[in-house]
Unconditional design. Sequence first.
Length: 135
Amino acid sequence: MRRRRPLRAASTSLGTRDLRFAHVFGKNLARCREQLGVSQEDLGLLAGLHRTAVGQLERGERVARTDTLVRLCGSLGVGPDALLIGLCWRPAEIRDGELEIEPAKASQPAEAEEATKQRSERAKDEPARSSESQR
C-alpha cells in the first residue's frame, strides 16, 4: 500500500498576498456555485475538476490557474469578473529617474546622430583634460 504525502498547510504553500487573493476568489466561487444550485461535486464534473479541487478553491487553500478559471466560468455560466469581484491590482509607484532627454533633437535622425558623435568626442577628451589639469 502506497503512503500518501501529507498535504502542506495553506499558509506554507501560498504567500500572504496569495492567501488573501485565494480567500476572496473562493468566496466568489462558492457564491456563484450556490446561486446556480449545484454541489461542489457537480461543479467539478461540469468543469473537469475533482470535487476536492473545487472545495480547496472555495476554502482558499489553492489559487486557480487561468485554464481553471476559464473552466469554472464556462461551467457556471458567468464571466471571469464574477469570480474576481473585490480583487484588483494597484500598480507600484513610479519614481523619477536620472535620465535626461535632450529637447526635440532626438526626433530628427541626422541631428541625433551628430549629437551622439559630439557627446562621444567630449567623453574621449574629458580624461585627457582631467589628466592635464592634474599636472
